[in-house]
Design a binder for this molecule. Structure first.
Ligand SMILES: NC(=O)c1ccc[n+]([C@@H]2O[C@H](COP(=O)([O-])OP(=O)(O)OC[C@H]3O[C@@H](n4cnc5c(N)ncnc54)[C@H](OP(=O)(O)O)[C@@H]3O)[C@@H](O)[C@H]2O)c1
Length: 288
């Protein structure tokens, strides 16, 4: 280890986000990446052991059951990881006076009505298990560690680095659909930000300066998902004739996960609008 470098403990470092954080910050921090086997976040004793050994200065907590469907199928075991596990990490960070930055999700807004981008201080009643777990995790983390910084992330993609065995992201799913289907359907009653994971990773360091609390942390988007993909196709110079607006999905309860960036911008942290970043990254991904 280079003298004087701060120790950054990253949980979930074998996952989509954690692996990118660990490799990006390796030059500036002594990055410690305990595996799931070494530190089960749901087990406070194993968390204590690892924190006592490493004594981190900063913690980036990315370990989770991130699959919405898996949480629906196994609510008890996912609660232990997403809620109890997050509380364990926040608590031990407080004990070691380490700044703790934890990944939350725009799914806390799932089920909220309206088409306006959501603000952090809205009253929330998430309509799915994952959203409820993430919201409860935020509350529990702040209870045991008021300095904890909870980042509500939106759906992320990486147009540059593709790792074996990773879960699908926007471009990989689009590429598979382009290959397998003539007609591509995207919902019109669905609004969400879609964010370049590399912007999330780069903005993390500035986020350490935030005061404890909850922050929307992703690209804004003022288009529905169908319009978003149409814009992407135009940016890539592709024919949009293959695209169809799916008017059935979410028709009875339109989904809006979009996030108001105002609070974060107040601290000088910004994300590119979804459509702009997708166009730029789409050219990279599809080598145009
Ligand atoms: N990816 C997205 O688009 C997205 C969007 C919004 C929010 N988020 C949030 O961002 C964070 C990172 O997501 P991700 O996509 O990087 O997740 P991911 O790829 O599914 O990775 C999850 C990580 O958590 C680890 N893990 C699971 N259970 C654990 C336990 N009990 N103890 C220790 N480690 C455990 C996994 O290790 P093993 O594989 O070894 O079990 C893996 O390294 C999560 O909080 C997620 O909810 C992600």
């Amino acid at each position: 280890m280079a003298e004087g470098r701060k120790k950054m403990l990253v949980t979930g470092a074998s996952g989509f986000l954690g692996s990118r954080i660990a490799s990006f910050y390796r030059d500036r921090y002594e990055v410690c990446v305990p595996s799931h086997g070494e530190m089960d976040i749901a087990d406070l004793e194993s968390v204590k052991r690892v924190f006592d050994r490493i004594c981190p200065h900063v913690v980036v907590h990315c370990a989770a059951v991130s699959d919405v469907g898996a949480c629906e199928r196994e609510p008890e075991s996912s609660w232990k990881i997403n809620v109890d596990g997050s509380r364990n990490i926040a608590q031990m960070s407080a004990f070691h006076h380490a700044k703790c930055l934890a990944a939350s999700s725009d799914q806390v807004y799932f089920g909220s009505v309206g088409t306006e981008p959501h603000r952090e201080d809205e009253e929330l009643r998430p309509g799915n298990v994952y959203g409820r777990e993430k919201l409860r995790a935020e509350e529990e983390c702040l209870k045991v560690n008021p300095e904890c910084i909870l980042l509500r992330l939106s759906w992320m993609y990486d147009a540059c680095v593709i790792r074996e065995g990773e879960h699908g992201d926007f471009f990989r799913i689009l590429a598979a659909n382009l290959k397998n289907s003539e007609e591509l359907k995207y919902p019109v009653h669905d609004r969400r930000g879609i964010t370049d994971v590399n912007e999330v990773v780069r903005n993390m360091e500035q986020a350490f300066q935030l005061k404890g609390g909850v922050y929307n942390f992703g690209s804004p988007n003022d288009r529905n998902t169908y319009e978003t993909v149409v814009e992407l196709f135009r940016a890539l110079g592709w024919d949009t004739a293959r695209l169809r607006g799916d008017t059935e999905s979410h028709a009875l309860a339109p989904r809006n996960l979009t996030m108001d960036p105002g609070r974060l911008q107040g601290y000088g942290i910004t994300f590119s609008p979804t459509v702009l970043a997708l166009g730029k990254n789409g050219r990279l991904y599809f080598s145009i």
